[in-house]
Design a protein around this ligand. Structure first.
Ligand code: ATP
Length: 219
């Protein structure tokens, strides 16, 4: 589904590149973890895959089409759903309205379908009462589940997450990872998660370590 060819990125000078000549493939229906030391370039790599930044070298293709040809704005809108460590929800809205907004701004095929949004929130353990109160009144784990539900109601086939369990306790981490696995396997999406947590990496179908400017498959 997603393919990088000779991908390279550096902030100041090419001699200080974070990575170069990265040739990887990410498939639908599969989850991937990206691990590596702090500062190695994991978030930067994820931001390229998400179309938030442009590579310095090489290219990224979605189903054979370079994403810069699709146009990064339209690529992000139609094909990518992002989950952040800090949830990034509209904090003046309810969980339900967050989902309805996500569906509207991404032109989801479920746009306006309140029943569908309710079902997805319910699947993620958000109660009827929690769905309609301000999202800030929910715990961190519950808010992250709402953020994940947002990716489930969008049509985007690529779901990228940057440290999605960074603020969560063990129980919520386990739950969140189970949901990402369901998104990959049941919704047949490609899920790519940057993480520092070995349990999260182990739960994914494949894990790449970014070390010494290269991505190495670990498991
Ligand atoms: N806008 C920027 N300008 C210059 N250097 C940057 C910028 N953003 C990040 N960097 C540097 O690029 C390197 C990689 O950063 P990145 O955030 O991708 O690493 P990471 O592996 O995700 O780190 P962490 O695990 O700590 O989140 C770091 O050394 C960082 O200081």
């Amino acid at each position: 589904m997603l393919k990088t060819t000779d991908l390279g990125y550096w902030y100041d000078r090419q001699e200080n590149s974070l990575f170069e000549h990265v040739n990887l493939e990410f498939k639908s229906g599969t989850s991937y973890a990206i691990v590596g030391q702090s500062g190695s370039g994991k978030t930067t790599f994820l931001s390229l895959l998400a179309g938030l930044d442009k590579p310095r070298a090489g290219q990224i293709e979605l189903n054979g089409e370079p994403i810069n040809k699709i146009g990064l704005t339209s690529y992000r809108k139609s094909h990518v759903a992002i989950v952040f460590q800090s949830y990034n929800l509209f904090n003046y809205m309810s969980p339900l309205n967050n989902l309805l907004t996500a569906m509207a701004v991404t032109d989801s095929s479920h746009r306006g379908d309140k029943a569908f949004a309710t079902t997805m929130l319910c699947k993620l353990g958000i109660t009827d009462e929690q769905m309609t109160k301000n999202v800030q009144k929910l715990s961190g784990g519950q808010q992250q589940r709402v953020a994940i539900a947002c990716t489930m109601v969008c049509d985007a086939k690529l779901v990228v997450a940057d440290e999605p369990t960074g603020n969560l306790d063990e129980e919520n981490t386990k739950y969140v990872i189970e949901q990402f696995q369901k998104i990959a396997h049941d919704q047949h999406k490609c899920v790519i998660i940057v993480t520092h947590e070995s349990d999260v990496a182990k739960a994914c179908d494949h894990s790449y370590r970014l070390a010494k400017h290269e991505f190495v498959l670990e498991g």
